[in-house]
Design a protein around this ligand. Structure first.
Ligand code: NAP
Length: 902
């Protein structure tokens, strides 16, 4: 291999580097000859990039090579789970069932390997002993080990004794090792002492197992167990199933592909596949528009019955759009499946034990079965609930339970799962720059950029790595996307005469955060699942797959490339001093995920911009939108009234917090006078209702939200005059309102924050009243509308710069905009103002003027706490109950403000 010079090496050689001239032995080393490894080999060959693959097994197939247990099938329909890169395969291969069995899928993979002559690039019966990055030559040195013995045994690493291997130097190193390929270590005491037959589902003997006449125990009730139990029960004399946590399973209804599916696919294969690539799970589906709680019980039941009959892992949890977000919605689907279990299983006590109750449905991988629950009606099948009767140890003859019972069996089947997603990667001894071990870097959970690469390990790629959609998607689609992204990246390097690629620390940190934030807005973290690494003792508990969907993820990968490999350092290995490195540092998805989802949904609705409407229509539109928002937290009391504005009566709403001193005793609470947002044009005393409730509860203050006159009917300074009138009234009516006039504070959002800021100036100038503190949430402070944040956030984040101009134009003439009352940042004197809490949002045209105001207050000798809401937009903090990610900064602002007020 050493003398073989490829196009890619040629690019490096042309740069004149001596190290590179000797060249690596091969361009790419691929680990694994499963679905991913095979496509990778084919594509690299087509691109003129040399590659060698190493595989522990003695043939191709990956997961389909190892998982030969009875009943093993793919839980994604065969129409969806097949290669698309060789279109002729569709004519050459006919699947016999809707859900193909493992032997059929393995034959398909073997067929592809033969057809494309891929085995010649694969060294079988070989595992990677270790891999080391050399920063000087920018190559990986890989040492392999021959697996000389049997490779189909139940050992956790593929089995077999190790023999001498070889040492290969390569430029790029790709782990195509699969997400569920490293079986979990048996973590049951005595696992080695049993003298009967022992099987592991993920390492099943090639010749099959005959359980006829035998007493068999199956440990585990995940997908592998659920598929195999009915078939083991067909043969065994006695079968005992040991269940720690029940799983949700729905019937696969296997058979020929359904008419619906065929109609969707046939005759429009290319469109279908493009839909799959841009779908949320890698399978084309009609996305639900409704939430589960938006329909009545009968409609919901009918929808779930339909999903049950449809029989796909996506049908039930995809029935409504909030099943992964809202616990109450999720519970309706969970209870539906529990009712099915109770109707199928004859013995009520057994049925109850089979009913999952400790985690939301879908947050552990949903299973598809054929007669699983029915199997428990067979007289020779029994169930042990390990939650009430744990395993004490495995003995020579069977399994001893803590209850004192001993199960004597001839065979034990471990269906105990995998060290998922990271196991197969970190079990290989991989050392990156400066000798850092990947296992150490990932000790507290994987850190990757896009699930494709990890900082400090240049030129190491992962196919469907952690923090990519992988196991939450149709793997066939995700594998092809990754293989194509990786090989395109190599071609781009070649085209630019580069050969090193590595994510930056910043890009990686942000992606990890994005992945975790996304999971946190869903119910996934609530389950002790292998998605969370919770099935392996000692493994970090962190969400492993990217939950944002195949479509969003693919778009991120596309955007990274189109932005010139954003978040990557790319280099030519000949440049030892790094001077010529191409570094394009940055963050690919800086918006908080729930904000991103909300903006996507708004974009899909194709709403007209507010500034294209009349103020009347814009107000009606805002009212209609507000009606769909969550109501906000409960408070102790709400009352409405009017107060004397500068030119007549105006409305107010008063919120009494849960723990208001006034509600329990005669003691008075702090009083917060609140001014709503809406650009002086929109909104009213109750339009920021949810925020005011939260403000009251978290500060323990009485909050009074006041209306003021709006533009264009009432132009500047009408709103400012009303704000002052409201303050005077609040002081005089404080005790009546249950508030302490000596602990009076003001708060506002956006234009309302501008009013709150203004009344502080005027109170100082007039010597009264005393204002204890001011809370300014994304305030308007600067009339010039010319800060960098105006440019950066001009479009797309709800408050656009054109909408801000529309507000300003309605409220105030150009000539009057530098008035101190409006342009509070440029007021003649900023000293002597109440202590302030200023919140700014990263993606807000008003960000910089808010920050500048906080700075200016401090510069004038005052106190100002500035909280920056990273990843948030102008409206984020108002979305109480609707957006999860702004809650942290909102609470921090309330805590600080509450401290100042009290
Ligand atoms: P799994 O879902 O992790 O299930 C393992 C089972 O073993 C669980 O019931 C677990 O209980 C139990 N278990 C583990 N350690 C135990 C212990 N020490 N004592 C008692 N019980 C123990 O693993 P899997 O069934 O192999 O499936 C893994 C994934 O592979 C699936 O989710 C799926 O993505 C994939 N898969 C797919 C298919 C398919 O395509 N149809 C088939 C098989 C697998 P706890 O839940 O309490 O930990």
């Amino acid at each position: 291999m050493g003398g073989h010079v490829t196009d890619l090496q040629q690019a490096t050689i042309a740069s004149g580097d001596d190290d590179a001239r000797s060249g690596p032995d091969v361009d790419v080393v691929v680990v694994g000859a499963g679905i991913a490894g095979l496509y990778l080999l084919r594509r690299l060959r087509d691109l003129g990039i040399s590659a060698r693959a190493f595989e522990t097994a003695d043939d191709v197939g990956g997961t389909w090579y190892w998982n030969r247990y009875p009943g093993a099938r793919c839980d994604v329909e065969s129409i969806d789970y097949q290669y698309t890169w060789d279109p002729d395969l569709l004519d050459e291969w006919t699947w016999s069932e809707r859900y193909a069995t493992q032997p059929e899928i393995l034959r398909y993979v073997e067929y592809v390997a033969d057809k494309h002559d891929l085995r010649r690039d694969i060294t079988f019966r070989t595992r990677i002993a270790d891999a080391r990055w050399d920063d000087t030559s920018s190559t990986w040195t890989i040492r392999t080990e021959r697996v000389d013995g049997q490779v189909d045994g139940p050992a956790d690493d593929g089995g077999g004794a190790a023999g001498t291997g070889e040492t290969i130097r390569c430029r790029w190193y790709v782990m195509a090792t699969g997400c569920l390929s490293a079986p979990k270590d048996p973590d049951i005491e005595g696992a080695g002492v049993f003298t009967g037959e022992v099987y592991v589902t993920g390492r099943w003997p090639h010749d099959g197992v005959d359980f006829t006449g035998k007493r068999v125990a199956v440990i585990g009730t995940g997908s592998s167990a659920i598929q195999s139990i009915p078939l083991i029960a067909d043969e065994a004399d006695e079968l005992v199933v040991l269940q720690r946590t029940p799983n949700f399973s729905i019937p696969a209804h296997n058979g020929p592909p359904t008419a619906d599916k065929v109609a969707r696919f046939d005759g429009r294969v290319d469109e279908y596949r493009e839909e799959a690539r841009w779908s949320s799970a890698g399978v084309p589906r009609d996305m639900p528009e409704l939430g589960a709680l938006q329909v009545d019980d009968a409609a919901r039941r009918a929808r779930y019955e339909q999903a049950w009959e449809e029989g796909t892992i996506f049908s039930l949890t995809g029935a409504y759009n909030d099943l992964f977000l809202n616990p109450a919605a999720n519970e309706t689907a969970a209870e539906f499946v529990r009712s099915k279990i109770r109707s199928i299983v004859d013995d009520p006590a057994t049925a109850e034990v089979l009913c999952p109750t400790t985690y939301p449905i879908g947050t552990k991988r949903l299973c598809l079965d054929t007669n699983y629950y029915e199997t428990f009606n067979r007289s020779h099948v029994s169930l042990v609930d390990l939650r009430s009767e744990p395993i004490e140890r495995i003995s020579e003859t069977g399994i001893d339970l803590a209850s004192g019972r001993s199960l004597t069996v001839d065979a034990i089947v471990f269906a105990t799962g995998f060290d998922a997603m990271t196991g197969a990667i970190v079990r290989v001894d991989i050392e990156g720059r400066d000798g850092v071990a990947l296992a150490d870097k990932w000790a507290d959970g994987p850190q990757t950029y896009l699930g494709l690469m990890t900082h400090g390990f240049p030129n190491l790629f992962m196919v469907t790595g952690p923090q990519s959609p992988s196991v939450l998607s149709n793997m066939a689609v995700s594998i092809e996307q990754h293989v194509e992204w990786i090989t395109d990246a190599l071609v781009a390097l070649r085209d630019e005469r580069l050969d090193v690629i590595e994510p930056t620390e910043l890009a990686e940190r942000a992606w990890v955060r994005h992945t975790n934030d996304f999971a946190d807005i869903t119910l996934f973290p609530q389950a002790n699942s292998w998605y969370m690494g919770a099935n392996v003792p000692g493994k970090a508990r962190v969400v492993l797959p990217y939950v944002g969907g195949v479509d969003r993820y693919r778009q991120a990968c596309v955007d990274v490339v189109e932005s010139g490999y954003l978040g990557f350092r790319r280099a030519n290995s000949a440049n030892g001093d790094r001077a010529g490195d191409v570094v394009n540092d940055g963050i690919i998805r800086p918006l908080a995920p729930d904000v991103m989802v909300m903006l996507d949904m708004m974009a899909e609705l194709g709403l007209p911009p507010l500034e294209s409407m009349t103020p009347t229509d814009a107000r009606a539109f805002m009212e209609a939108s507000a009606a769909m928002s969550p109501p906000g937290p409960e408070v102790a009391d709400i009352s409405d009234g009017t107060y004397p504005g500068a030119a007549g009566e105006l409305a107010y709403r008063r919120y009494v917090p849960h723990d208001a001193a006034a509600s329990a005793t005669d003691a008075l609470s702090p009083l917060i006078l609140y001014f709503h947002g809406g650009g002086w044009v929109l909104g009213h005393a109750t339009s920021d209702d949810a925020f005011c409730r939260d403000l009251a509860n978290r500060t323990g203050a009485i909050v009074v939200s006041v209306d003021y006159r709006h533009a264009p009917e009432h132009r500047f300074p009408a709103a400012h005059d009303d704000a002052w009138a409201a303050l005077e009234w609040a002081v005089s009516a404080a005790q009546e309102l249950g508030g302490d006039p000596d602990r009076l504070a003001v708060a506002g959002w956006s234009a309302g924050a501008n009013l709150a800021g203004h009344v502080c100036h005027r109170a100082r100038d007039e010597g009264a009243p005393h204002i204890a503190a001011q809370l300014l949430v994304t305030p308007v402070t600067d009339h010039r509308m010319a800060t960098p944040s105006y440019g950066e956030n001009a479009d797309g984040y709800v408050l656009t710069s054109s909408l801000m101009r529309w507000f300003m134009d309605h409220y105030v003439d150009g000539a009057r905009r530098d008035d101190d009352r409006l342009s509070i940042l440029h007021a003649h004197d900023l000293s002597g103002l109440p202590p302030a809490v200023v919140v700014t949002a990263e993606f807000d045209p008003l960000r910089d003027e808010g920050a500048a105001y906080a700075d200016a207050l401090r510069a004038a000798g005052g106190s100002a706490t500035h909280l920056r809401a990273g990843g948030q937009i102008h409206t984020s903090l108002m979305a109480v109950g609707a957006l999860a990610t702004p809650a942290e900064v909102r609470e921090a602002a309330f805590v600080e403000f509450g401290r100042l007020v009290d």
